[in-house]
Design a protein around this ligand. Structure first.
Ligand code: ADP
Ligand code: MG
Ligand code: MG
Length: 908
């Protein structure tokens, strides 16, 4: 039977220290709504309001506007009444009007991704009532002007027409500022504001053909629907796809009584963080503006002030502002409004303690009273994420498991990449200084538009300021540089979320979009010029700066140690060279899961011998060519085994079709013919002979070793001899020889016999032995199905999930680019199965192969190599399937180690 609690409502109220919902209801109320409810319950001053659920949004996407509005109309009307009674004013009333904000809020925060409308409920009559009620005509008209601007943009589609154009409303404002010879919005006279309202409405009529809506209820429903629609807007869709959030989550709509930061010098608005989102340092910080509303702080049109005195002093030093000037013109909130500051400080501590994590908060001061408008777990860089988790652990507010679960595996990547070489930095030519908005080192060529971020390989997106439309370009660029905006500007917040280097608010930069130039101190830079950004100091440097490997000590090392403590599944690496092996070992790899021997054949002197082998007409000719390759391979293996001393190294025998090794350009074919003293036609004929309709299903893998056993012989010899050579030097090598692409037991046996016979021969020659294993890749569905048979002989399995995915789906990886993106766009596939293992289908082959293999050999060692070995959701699956190890590329090893620990913690 259904109990009362199970009945979900469409509308949840909050305010006045009560709430229908709470923070646990993020899926239904969105993050913003759930936390507004929670704050209200905690007794924190939150303007009264209500949340329309994400399920209503999903319903809206199915049935459309009319039916949805009918479904929730009565609830919304009742909820508005509740707000009216708490606030003591009436929606749409001309004498005592209630104004509201309509805010989006998905279950995860998507900063700036969706749209918000403030001051809703105003029209030509209400504005007069508001002016009279507050005795502040300027404020009333400023609010009205803002409302038309936001509603016009969000609901009526008044956007700039092209990328070089500015916002249509901004354009009107700029023109008026020019006429009045003023710089700031705050300098407009009351008459100016009235003129702007008139001009804005006029612009709306011209562009849309309709009058601006005057009925507050029409305005409200228009805004609600626009918020629902914004869930499917380009920005939101891009952000969702980037993070793999499904389309059916929907967004909630929060409707809330307005509080006004634009009521004069005793009012204002701000954003704050309970810790430093860039470095993780435990310092309260943030920015505010007096006599401002909503996004003014973030928009970067006025220079925001720091909340704490410490922050203000640090800022002044970077911005080269003298103390006298700072204290007079840019005082901190702590200095300017100590009582409000103390209250805010109390709430930030209370909220961080309550949520046990760094909070990102929004607040507004209306005529000396503080209101909190939002709190959420703050976005942060990888470095801050690691530091905060470890600090919280040491404070005792979370335990080790929770600390590990707090880390987003993929964000560890940021900590592994090069940083500027301190020596090179000393010599660097610093051309300007901005704010250190998001740490990191970036070098690239200047581009001025987000949609040109891929114009060069490495770019620095250089803008006056960024907006949510720029998201994709920001993601592509190596670094982000803005002339305007503070530490909480859009650019700064988004960059930190992406872990991307960002320098913001570099006021000395003069950017001209039309000319595509950047002028600093009289020096002109152009699109394509190289610059470097130091996101930790805010320095902007001319040209390129050399980098070095980062230190992997401190909190990072602690997280890795904890990962080891909580994970029994091992993490190996895919490495084809001693260099990669060393990198991976530094990151904590516990062996090599895949060495692709063919990668060793592509170097200049080797490819020649390889080609001779392929072109040889006789076994004898082939053996002669292989003779040349033997010492090279042996040397490679020695290097790799040495780098992995004492740890297992899985070596895969030659796998790709031979066609990949022969030259395809005429000039190279001629060269080859000359070198080999055969005719060009003979070379061409051989190449034609090697051509296949579908090489991925052709003559490759063990099929090569079966048709040309001497290849397997040579490779085995190289492996065993290398191991023996190292043994003489006192270095332990643990080779695991892996036969690729088998589908039947007989295929495996044919190769295994060659391997064992060859090894035996070498042992006799050298009068010494080593231990080694012979196993196979499971990458053909038939092999997975017959794993119980194959395990009779194979000593280990390694799931090659790239090929396994390819063959299970019947998609060719090389051709899938033509349709996979469309599949994902249409929702036919949720994610690219070559990125995240398809657990539902391909996963069954892994489970079944493992079970059947172990039914024959209970201790069979089973692992996975292939891209999936470094992908967190696939790693979790591998853990739950009882695999012994995952193997991934060196730079993903830390990510995999953490993911393995998280999988184990989640399962326990
Ligand atoms: P976002 O999700 O992009 O942060 P928000 O819904 O939080 O959008 O709102 C945008 C801005 O408007 C924020 O600065 C927020 O604090 C402010 N704001 C929202 N609702 C109100 C309100 N009722 N009163 C005053 N300011 C508000
Ligand atoms: Mg703190
Ligand atoms: Mg917000």
């Amino acid at each position: 039977m259904e109990t009362i609690q199970d009945v979900k409502m469409n509308v949840y109220k909050f305010g006045n220290k009560t709430a229908d919902g709470n923070t646990k209801m993020k899926n239904l109320l969105g993050g913003k709504g759930a936390n507004l409810a929670e704050m209200s319950l905690l007794g924190i001053p939150v303007p009264a309001g209500f949340t329309i659920t994400t399920e209503v949004c999903t319903k809206y996407n199915e049935v459309g506007q009319e039916e949805t509005v009918e479904m929730i109309r009565a609830d919304v009307e009742e909820a508005i009444k509740n707000v009216e009674s708490i606030m003591g004013s009436t929606f749409g009333d001309q004498e005592n009007p209630l104004l509201i904000s309509v805010r989006s809020g998905a279950r995860v925060s998507m900063p700036g991704m969706m749209d918000t409308v403030l001051n809703l409920g105003l029209n030509d009559e209400v504005v007069i009532g508001l002016a009279e009620k507050t005795g502040n005509e300027r404020f009333a008209w400023d609010s009205y002007r803002r409302f038309i601007q936001m509603y016009g943009d969000v609901v009526l589609g008044m956007k700039p027409e092209s990328k070089e154009d500015i916002d249509p409303f901004e354009e009107i404002m700029e023109a008026l500022k020019h006429k009045r010879d003023i710089e700031l919005d705050t300098e407009f006279s009351i008459q100016d504001l009235k003129d702007l309202v008139y001009d804005f409405k006029d612009a709306v009529k011209k562009r849309t053909g309709h009058d601006f809506p005057t009925n507050p209820w029409d305005q409200l429903w228009g805004a609600v629907v626009a918020v629902f629609d914004s869930w499917n807007g380009d920005r939101a869709v891009y952000y969702r796809n980037m993070h793999g959030y499904p389309a059916n989550w929907g967004t909630a709509v929060n409707v809330q009584a307005m509080v006004y930061g634009n009521m004069g010098d005793n009012s204002g608005t701000g954003v704050c963080f309970t810790r430093d989102a860039g470095t993780g340092e435990d310092v309260f910080n943030g920015e505010y503006l007096i006599n401002a509303q909503g996004e003014d702080v973030v928009a970067g049109t006025r220079t925001p002030q720091q909340i704490t005195k410490l922050g203000s002093l640090r800022w002044a030093e970077l911005a080269k502002v003298e103390e006298e000037d700072r204290f007079k013109n840019y005082p901190s909130l702590e200095e300017l409004m100590p009582a409000i500051y103390n209250e805010l400080n109390e709430y930030q501590q209370k909220l961080e303690d309550h949520y046990k994590d760094m909070q990102d908060m929004e607040f507004t001061m209306q005529d000396g009273k503080l209101w909190i408008l939002q709190t959420r777990n703050g976005k942060r860089t990888g470095a801050a994420m690691v530091k905060i988790a470890i600090d919280k652990l040491k404070e005792g507010s979370i335990d080790e498991k929770e600390a590990l679960l707090r880390i987003e595996p993929n964000k560890l990547d940021e900590l592994l990449h090069p940083v500027f070489n301190p020596k090179a930095l000393k010599k660097a030519n610093v051309i300007a200084q901005g704010l250190p908005a998001s740490p990191g080192a970036a070098t690239g060529q200047i581009v001025f538009f987000a949609d040109e971020a891929n114009k060069y390989k490495n770019t620095i997106l250089t803008r006056i300021e960024t907006s949510p439309e720029d998201l994709e370009g920001m993601n592509i660029a190596k670094g982000i540089l803005t002339a305007r905006g503070g530490m909480t500007s859009h650019a700064a917040v988004v960059a930190r979320g992406m872990g991307k280097c960002c320098v913001s608010g570099a006021g000395a930069l003069k950017i001209n979009y039309k000319k595509r130039t950047l002028v600093v101190d009289g020096h002109e830079y152009h699109e394509g010029d190289w610059i470097s950004l130091n996101g930790s100091t805010g320095n902007i440097i001319e040209g390129k700066v050399a980098t070095i490997e980062p230190e992997l000590s401190g909190e990072f090392a602690e997280i890795m140690e904890l990962s080891a403590k909580y994970s029994k599944m091992k993490v190996r690496t895919n490495a084809d060279s001693p260099k990669d092996a060393k990198v991976a070992r530094r990151f904590g790899a516990q062996g090599i899961g895949l060495t692709r021997t063919e990668h060793m054949f592509f170097e200049v002197d080797r490819i020649k011998a390889m080609r001779e082998m392929i072109l040889a007409e006789t076994v004898k000719g082939r053996k002669e060519a292989l003779e040349q390759l033997l010492p090279m391979q042996r040397e490679d293996f020695e290097g790799i085994f040495e780098a992995m001393e004492g740890l297992p190294v899985t070596v895969r025998l030659l796998d790709p079709p031979l066609h990949e090794f022969v030259p395809h350009q005429l000039a190279h074919q001629k060269e080859l013919a000359e070198e080999m003293h055969i005719s060009l036609d003979a070379v061409k004929a051989k190449i034609v002979e090697l051509e296949e309709f579908n090489p991925m299903l052709g003559h490759r893998g063990c099929r090569l070793g079966i048709t040309y056993p001497e290849i397997t012989e040579m490779q085995t010899r190289a492996i065993i001899e290398a191991a023996l050579n190292l043994k003489e030097k006192g270095i332990e090598a643990k080779p695991e020889i892996m036969v690729p692409l088998i589908g039947t037991l007989a295929e495996f046996v044919s190769q295994e016999e060659i391997i064992r016979t060859t090894a035996k021969k070498v042992f006799e020659e050298r009068n010494d032995t080593i231990e080694f294993l012979v196993g196979t890749m499971i990458e053909i569905p038939r092999a997975a199905l017959t794993a119980n048979l194959i395990a009779q002989r194979a000593e280990f399995f390694s799931f090659g999930t790239n090929d396994l995915t390819q063959m299970a789906f019947g998609y060719s990886r090389d051709d899938a680019g033509k349709f996979l993106p469309i599949y994902i766009e249409k929702g036919i596939l949720k994610v690219d199965p070559f990125e995240a293992l398809d657990q539902e289908g391909v996963g069954q082959l892994v489970e079944l192969g493992t079970e059947r293999g172990r039914s024959t050999k209970p201790n069979l060692k089973v692992g996975i190599c292939g891209e999936h070995g470094g992908e967190p959701s696939s790693i979790e699956f591998c853990y739950n399937t009882n695999l012994d190890y995952v193997s991934c590329s060196p730079f993903r090893v830390p990510i995999a180690r953490l993911s393995a620990a998280q999988a184990q913690i989640k399962a326990s």
